[in-house]
Design a protein around this ligand. Structure first.
Ligand code: FAD
Length: 317
């Protein structure tokens, strides 16, 4: 079912989860063991992230090095199919521009349509590890809005090969990313929201936000989006922060702020279990407040910490 339809029919706040494909060579069991724990809370959606290839240097037999591209986390489409099959839950694959040609994207969309997948999250992706700024694939897209256009085009039955007449129309509901604390490249939040608005005007159906640790960022983002006439649902993205290492890692990777109270509580923690407890209490507080304020969905970045999400949901629901 499309996420928007699900939201329209939902009688209570929806739970959704996000997982990463395992690194190449690892089993899908790591995903199953995460999801097995959380299925009792009846999540309506499981998002699966998409990852571009990385450039690595490999030593050749002659002793010289050559640069090769390796996709360390392939398998998004296959994992979506496996999750839908095993748990009878809607899977939402992420699609990214970075590292993919338009044709590869079209082929992925065709596979997803054949699998009966109804929702996709259309993203630009970050710069490659060896680049300072994002560089599009020579035959790919520069911005997420171009990817949104491609999905909309396929929804109308327009394929890249012009001689395909009466092409089957896909019917994807399209999500896009939003940044309550501003995307790090955007000059200011208003400009960032104007670009978000373009994605919506092109036909995107909903927004999932970057993680935030202070709900005030989400509330003020939603009201700012409404001022800019962005009227689609805005789903809050939530992540447990459960280690001292993450206090500096999360801001540097995701460009979000860690509130001083959370920082201080985490610094007081003596053991790993104490850290988990701090993260659980913080997330629980965020979720209770979001529920009280009518958030349509709680979207959890599960990424390696199903136990904390489990403890939060057990106390919440
Ligand atoms: P865009 O919407 O293209 O925006 C990128 C920047 O360009 C912004 O600063 C924006 O203001 C600006 N901009 C947008 N359109 C224009 C325009 N037409 N002209 C000029 N400037 C413009 N990354 C992955 O690699 N894989 C994932 O699975 C993944 N999942 C994510 C899920 C969520 C919910 C979120 C929030 C992020 C995710 N990301 C993922 C990270 C995301 O790809 C990066 O944050 C990326 O830097 C921006 O993606 P975007 O879709 O917001 O890009």
């Amino acid at each position: 079912m499309k996420l928007t339809q699900h939201l329209a029919e939902a009688k209570k706040t929806i739970i959704s989860l996000e997982v990463l494909p395992p690194t190449k060579g690892k089993s899908i069991e790591s995903i199953y063991s995460h999801l097995d724990t959380l299925m009792e809370f009846e999540p309506s959606f499981v998002n699966v992230t998409y990852h571009r290839a990385e450039q690595v240097y490999k030593k050749r037999t002659d002793g010289n090095f050559e640069r090769v591209e390796i996709r360390k986390r392939p398998g998004t489409v296959g994992i979506c199919a496996a999750i839908m099959n095993k748990y009878k839950v809607e899977a939402i694959p992420h699609l990214i521009c970075g590292g993919f040609s338009k044709e590869e994207t079209e082929n992925a969309l065709i596979d997803l349509h054949f699998l009966g997948i109804k929702n996709v999250l259309a993203l630009r992706g970050d710069a490659a590890a060896n680049e300072k700024f994002f560089t599009p694939h020579p035959h790919g897209h520069r911005y997420a809005e171009d990817l949104v256009k491609q999905v909309i085009s396929l929804n109308k039955g327009h394929y890249m090969e012009e001689d395909i007449m009466d092409g089957v129309k896909t019917d994807f509901c399209i999500g896009v990313a939003g940044y309550p604390e501003k995307h790090f490249e955007a000059p200011n939040l208003d400009t960032d929201i104007e670009y978000l608005k373009r994605k919506i005007e092109l036909g995107a159906d909903y927004v999932t936000t970057q993680m935030f640790f202070e709900n005030k960022h989400y509330y003020s983002y939603v009201s700012k989006c409404r001022e800019h006439n962005v009227t689609v649902p805005i789903l809050p993205g939530l992540k447990p922060l459960t280690s001292k290492r993450q206090l500096s890692m999360i801001p540097s990777i995701f460009n979000v702020e860690v509130p001083v109270d959370l920082y201080n509580e985490m610094m007081k923690a003596k053991t790993e279990a104490d850290c988990d407890l701090v993260g659980t209490e913080w997330l629980l507080h965020q979720c209770r407040d979001l529920l009280k304020n009518g958030a349509p969905v709680l979207h959890f970045y599960t990424l390696g910490k199903p136990k904390v999400i489990y403890d939060v949901l057990k106390q919440l629901l």
